[in-house]
Design a protein around this ligand. Structure first.
Ligand code: ATP
Ligand code: MG
Length: 556
């Protein structure tokens, strides 16, 4: 499938890169993906990963993974590990992961540089005062009373901040830019705060931590990132990004001047794409962890059976632009299905069994080999063994059929997939009158050939009652009942969780899957795509997760 290549379809970022390579501004591009390790990555991050790593790959460049670890209280090793796993699973290489904290010494040095240039000062305003002094979109801010401190005093105070002489939150270091700027980000932004928090990498070495805006652009520059792509909410931060880079570059303190480029965030209907909200689902136990197959996290999608290629195909189809990117879940499901269609072996499973006795089963009733995929002989074949008793799907029988019914009813014929044509002769009922068993006869002259003189149109799937394997199946549907759970005024998004979005059922499957290893994906013929659960499945109890249904559904 040509479309499954990593080619990030034409977009404005690609054009910028092409221009920069053609003009000789850069001869190699270096991108980066900069997650904060404060949660698991979600489908929105997948888009960002595909853009950054995809473009780097396409232009023979490089893409770094850099953890933006400047908020020690919210960050953990578990998140770091999950992020690395996710990116590797998607098939992207980043060499060795980098960390913003690798640059803490440099960042500190540069802060002293700004102080020495009289471009930064230590401020004693507290959070509330700072907000008040900051002004609003329509009114200018006021200068902090501490803005006129001397360079020497600032240097002394900043060093004492670092040495731990002041209480958390009692002082900040701020750039001295312009309190009347129309851009609020330029109104003397805070670049350091005091916070006694244990850091996953620098441990307790620091009690002051740099702010995101200050750290990010400098990290980019130190890594010689050429194109720093991020989502649109950082557009207003770009002037600050450029201000910091410009000053340090002119002073020859950093080796490069990266360019920030913004694109719109991906939002997906019927889910939420915010680590904070996903975290709430996990903490409040509304789902079974970050990798619950209903979660839009990469770990959840992996567990659900989504494929890396399917996710990349989806990211490409979402495109890259500055306009709102709210997409239907169908776009994701279609992409996954398209990939699975070509790679998943097809097997038979019966989810809602009805027993059928083949009354004329005898020594002449034989079985055939059938390929696992009609177009992919390389996926192999297995013997589809029939027996005297089989299970069919209860829905494939109707006592009083509607017009046009092509499946089983009394007196009618159907083809058993990969086997004989059978005819329903009789039904057996329990004392309440419910049908509990069908008696059917085999047309022994129909194995691998059409019956003579009549057409049998219906084909149904089945399994042998003696050879099949009982399995557990988790049927998943959308976690939320509404398209935009976090945008309904006056309601919390958790109110829209569908408590029936996981149903566990027992089913029977053909014996060929007995040795299926975790994460094997199958198409259950006429039903949908399923994956062997990564963690909960074992040879004595195979557990399948529903990945996605078949394209046309299975219309009743
Ligand atoms: P969240 O709000 O879910 O915590 P975030 O933006 O804070 O997301 P980061 O870890 O800071 O998460 O993001 C890493 C990168 O992924 C950033 O460059 C960010 O722009 C990008 N990104 C995050 N969410 C999306 C999204 N929904 N669509 C596209 N890119 C995204
Ligand atoms: Mg963030």
């Amino acid at each position: 499938m040509a479309e499954l290549s990593l080619d990030v379809s034409n977009n404005f970022i690609k054009t910028i890169i092409e221009d920069d390579l053609n003009s000789g501004k850069h001869n190699k591009i270096i991108m980066r993906f900069p997650p904060e390790p404060n949660g698991y990555l979600h489908i929105g991050h997948a888009k960002s990963i595909c853009i950054n790593f995809g473009l780097a790959q396409q232009f023979g460049g490089q893409c770094n993974l850099r953890f933006d670890d400047t908020n020690p209280e919210k960050e953990s090793e578990e998140y770091v590990k999950s992020i690395e796993d996710n990116i590797q699973w998607l098939g992207f290489n980043y060499g060795k992961a980098k960390y913003a904290s690798d640059y803490f010494d440099k960042l500190y040095q540069f802060a002293e540089f700004f102080i020495n240039q009289d471009l930064a000062y230590v401020c004693d305003l507290d959070v509330n005062q700072m907000r008040e002094y900051r002004g609003t979109f329509t009114t200018p801010g006021k200068n902090s009373p501490y803005r006129t401190r001397s360079i020497a005093e600032n240097l002394d105070l900043f060093r004492r901040m670092k040495a731990g002489e002041f209480a958390d939150g009692s002082k900040t270091l701020r750039l001295k830019i312009d309190m009347s700027s129309s851009n609020l980000n330029l109104r003397d932004p805070v670049i350091y705060r005091i916070k006694r928090a244990h850091h996953i990498r620098t441990l307790d070495n620091w009690c002051i931590y740099p702010m995101y805006d200050y750290t990010h652009c400098i990290s980019d520059a130190l890594e010689c990132i050429t194109h720093s792509c991020c989502s649109l909410e950082f557009e207003d931060h770009r002037p600050l990004y450029d201000w910091i880079v410009e000053h340090l570059y002119n002073a020859k303190l950093i080796p490069s001047r990266p360019r920030q480029i913004e694109f719109s965030r991906l939002e997906l209907h019927h889910t939420v794409t915010s680590k904070r909200k996903l975290n709430k689902l996990v903490v409040d136990k509304l789902v079974n962890g970050w990798d619950d197959p209903r979660m839009p996290t990469l770990s959840g999608m992996r567990r659900r059976g989504y494929t890396p290629d399917g996710i990349k195909l989806f990211a490409n189809r979402c495109g890259v632009s500055k306009s709102p990117n709210i997409v239907e879940l169908e776009l994701l499901e279609n992409s996954i299905r398209e990939d699975l269609e070509n790679i998943a072996p097809r097997v038979m499973a019966v989810l809602n069994p009805l027993k059928v006795v083949l009354t004329n089963y005898n020594e002449h009733t034989t079985s055939r080999e059938a390929n696992f995929h009609p177009k992919k002989p390389e996926l192999g074949a297995r013997l589809v063994e029939i027996s005297r008793e089989i299970y069919i799907e209860a829905d494939d029988f109707m006592e009083h059929p509607l017009d046009g019914w092509q499946r089983l009813t009394i007196g009618s014929e159907v083809r058993l997939r990969h086997s004989y044509v059978i005819k329903c002769d009789d039904v057996i009922r329990d004392i309440k009158g419910n049908i509990i068993e069908l008696h059917c006869s085999i047309d022994h002259d129909t194995l691998g050939k059409n019956p003579i003189g009549r057409k049998v149109r219906g084909v149904i799937h089945w399994v042998s009652t003696t050879k099949c394997i009982p399995v557990t199946i988790r049927q998943y549907s959308n976690l939320f009942t509404v398209a935009t759970p976090d945008r309904i005024e006056g309601h919390d998004f958790t109110e829209f969780i569908d408590t029936n979005s996981l149903q566990v059922i027992n089913a029977y499957i053909e014996p060929s899957v007995a040795n299926a290893i975790p994460e094997s994906r199958y198409q259950f013929e006429r039903i949908g795509y399923y994956v062997v659960d990564r963690y909960d499945s074992n040879p004595n109890n195979i557990v399948f997760n529903k990945i996605v249904g078949l394209k046309d559904g299975w219309k009743k």
